[in-house]
Structure formats: C-alpha cells, structure tokens
Design a protein. Structure first.
Length: 170
C-alpha cells in the first residue's frame, strides 16, 4: 500500500513537484549529489539512512529523471554512481529556496549554516536565484556552497555530481 496519494497527474504544478521532491530523503539525496557525494556508500554514511530507504529514494529519483545511475566496478559487485540530469540540476533553485527560508526561520544548533556563494563574483548570496552583487543567475555552473559539514573550503557545484553527456540529459 502506498504511503500517500500520487500527485503526478495533478493539474497543480506544486502538487506535481511535491510528488517528486516532497520527500525529505529525496531532497537530502539531491544535496549530497550536488556536493559530489554520488555513491551509495558515501550517501548512506553521510545521511545515516537505512539501505532500503536510500535504495528506494535513488530508484525514485532515477525514475523521475533527476538522476542517472552510471555503473562502475568496485570489487566483485557492480555498483552505481548517481549523477544529476538537466532536470536534477534544475532542482537547485528549490534547494536554495529551502536554504534561504531555513536561515531566516529556523536556528542552526551549531550556529553554522550553508552559505550560497556566487562563483562569478565570489560573494555570498542571500537569495537562492540571483546574486545580489553581480546579478548572475545562481546555477550549478555559477554556484559554490560553503557547507558546515564539508572539509573543503568551497564545493563547486559545477564539478560535483552533474552528468556531462547530452544523451543522458534528454
């Protein structure tokens, strides 16, 4: 029995988007892939999620066309690396909007928060869509994240988990 009603055929675009992106685990999986953590074991470790939950969310995100699964060899068992498609990359403004909202309306227990950085001019943005300093659109190609959990200084999203093959972005 499904956990909820499917909204995939709803006339409302918010309902259809919620059908794909409305699950918290799906949003967190997308965050991980944008940060370059695109393999099952890495995501499982970072998210502290059960295998079956992560497997199901990856399957749904691949099925919805936000991720592609690219096989790679590691030992005897074939494994997949998950890369963003054009549709997955287009979800970045949703993640940015959630970030901006959370920074305004929720407190961070550590006092640290994800900072959205425009790589065009190098300044922090308080908007999820456009840089207030230079006016650049904040896309995966023009955005870096300063994430409190990251050991790197800045995570350049353009280099993280995107698929560069036009055939996979169709």
């Amino acid at each position: 029995m499904p956990l909820r009603t499917s909204w995939s055929e709803d006339n409302c675009p918010i309902a259809r988007a919620a059908d794909v992106l409305g699950d918290p685990w799906s949003l967190l999986v997308l965050r991980e892939v944008f940060m370059g953590n695109n393999r099952f074991d890495g995501m499982k470790k970072e998210l502290r999620v059960a295998d079956n939950v992560l497997s199901e969310r990856l399957r749904r995100l691949v099925g919805a066309g936000l991720l592609i699964a690219e096989p790679y060899s590691a030992g005897k068992r074939p494994r997949n690396e998950y890369l963003l498609t054009a549709a997955g990359t287009d979800a970045l403004p949703v993640l940015h909007a959630l970030t901006v909202w959370a920074q305004k309306h929720t407190g961070s227990p550590s006092g640290k928060s994800l900072r959205i950085i425009c790589t065009t001019c190098g300044t922090e943005s308080a908007s999820g869509a456009w840089c207030q300093t230079c006016g650049a659109e904040l896309t995966a190609a023009t955005t870096a994240w300063d994430h409190p959990k990251s050991s790197e200084n800045l995570i350049e999203l353009a280099k993280a988990g995107t698929s560069h093959s036009p055939a996979t972005d169709a």
